[in-house]
Ligand binder design. Sequence first.
Ligand code: GMT
Length: 375
Amino acid sequence: MKIGIVCYPTFGGSGVVATELGKALADNGHQVHFITYSQPARLDFFSENLYYHEVSVSQYPLFDYAPYELALSSKMVDVVRFEKLDILHVHYAIPHASAAFMAKQILATYNIHIPVVTTLHGTDITLVGRDVTFKPVVTFSINQSDGVTAVSEDLRKSTYDHFEIKKDIRVIPNFIDHVRFSLKPKDHFKKAIAPMGERILTHTSNFRKVKRTQDVMHIFKTVLEKVPAKLLMVGDGPERVNCEQLCRSLGICEHVRFLGKQEAVEEILSVSDLFLMPSASESFGLAALEAMACKVPVVSSNTGGLPELNIDGVTGFLDAVGDVESMAQHAIHILEDDARLALFKENALKRAYEFDLNRILPMYEAFYNEVIELS
Ligand code: GMT
């Protein structure tokens, strides 16, 4: 198949899933064309089946806001026509699904039919998409897509609950490439971070409000009272500065390292004993799956799609959003006993294998074929 993939080329979950999917499809012999405004973060190598088309928006003094969506539609038209694509797969509804609708209409004037698959990732439905400024367009463009997928049952339900959707939504969960995300021998790094054999807790995110990064600080402070530990905060974003300040006022800074954005997350996860994800909303929780694939149990909130990934009492624990006391007690329960920790680690890895790339990739391929046949 010749597949066009449209996504945000950033470190965000939807961009990561889109990029990893494209790479895996290319490895499986498909020709994959990425259409984005800059090179996707994890697409910095050559492969004969991978193509990258940059969307550039002309600046003009008249524009306070340059019309990116129009430039994107035009680029989709161009790539579909000249590369003879079989299908367009857009990740994150805003503005990709409506830009694809526009491209599809234009292509029809050239007698070209291009099926469009939209994958809903989370905040495009749960946060941004629900905003009245976007809702009518999001609803329309989802209904106009030839196929729609969501990354969890919960996101599927939430889409039906909050939008008037007539289309079937297929659940295809996030996946993990165990070749990249696996326990790596990084003992020297572990020693440097935790010289006295302290437990290492990790949080990775884009430090947006929805991630409740300050909860991570409160949880860690309570853990520290019972278990010698270190905390690694990976990533960057608007809440980082508040988090750093809280860390200082809680007096725990000597045990906390803010590492900023990191490429080799799997190496940091490889030295970790526990992953914290106290998010206010999380459609799936890809970062938690990445941790589990590196044999790291997860203490998370019980919101959104997290209960579909993290099994309470088995791969970690699930607590109500904001219940930092319970999250801390669960973290201590896992960390204070070597044998218990080892069991949780095994369980986390076993569960991660249920989301192995090789199990999920065929779901997308089958869905593309279905959509092409029916549209
Ligand atoms: O979590 C983020 O802030 C990034 C966001 C995105 O859209 O890029 O991630 C969403 O999509 C991921 C991939 O499908 C999911 O694993 C994340 O759970 C989801 N984030 C939220 O729902 C908050």
